[in-house]
Design a protein around this ligand. Structure first.
Ligand code: HQG
Length: 182
């Protein structure tokens, strides 16, 4: 498989495992897992042909480590980023660093000031451990605008934080008073 093919399969997996498994009638369990054999077979309906070893390459090479297998590689899921409701990723609440970052764009600043960071279509608000990563996230939408989040203070006030397997920090919302707009 070449890079283009890996990316094409990866995008297809994001669609199925995070957003719309019904596209091919794929079943996800409550923890977001899909059966690998079912995935391979049902994907053929969409003319997406890949084997288990192709999937192993996609999982290993994915630039953001978006997917994981279970131990015996009979199941696969997305590590974060779901818009499907009620997926339980079995993450444990842990203490975050004192500051986390969120990359967005200028047009969202006023609404964020008014209502804080909201999860919008996803299951969580996504935060980054460093400015570089937040800059990449913001750049997906235009000129990035980086917000610093006082996550240490939030944690001490009782807000819960989770870290996905691929290093993205997740929380339910960030009220405006914990955000530095500079
Ligand atoms: C904004 C990608 C108005 C928020 C990335 C963002 C990340 C508000 C957008 C991951 C708002 C939501 C997530 C409010 C937040 N009013 N706008 N109150 N609160 N927003 O895509 O963080 O490639 O759901 O600033 O790299 O951009 O998919 O979140 O601009 O890790 O793996 O609403 O998605 O990863 O957009 O990105 P998103 P995000 P993947």
């Amino acid at each position: 498989m070449n890079e283009k093919e890996i990316k094409r399969i990866s995008k297809f997996l994001s669609l199925l495992l995070r957003h719309q498994p019904e596209t091919i009638g794929l079943n996800l369990d409550e923890n977001g897992w899909a059966d690998v054999e079912e995935l391979i077979n049902k994907s053929k309906k969409r003319r997406m042909y890949f084997s288990l070893s192709d999937l192993e390459v996609v999982v290993a090479e994915n630039d953001k480590q978006r997917f994981s297998f279970n131990e015996d590689k009979t199941k696969i899921r997305a590590n974060q980023g779901h818009s499907i409701k009620n997926i339980n990723l079995e993450l444990e609440a842990i203490e975050p660093p004192e500051y986390l970052y969120h990359g967005t764009v200028a047009k969202f600043i006023e609404p964020i000031k008014a209502t804080g960071l909201q999860k919008m279509n996803r299951q969580h608000v996504h935060l980054s451990e460093d400015r570089e990563t937040a800059t990449k996230v913001g750049s997906r939408r235009g000129k990035p605008f980086i917000l610093s989040i006082n996550s240490g203070l939030m944690f001490r006030e009782g807000y819960e934080f989770y870290k996905s397997k691929n290093g993205v920090w997740l929380t339910d919302q960030v009220p405006s008073k914990f955000i530095e707009f500079k």
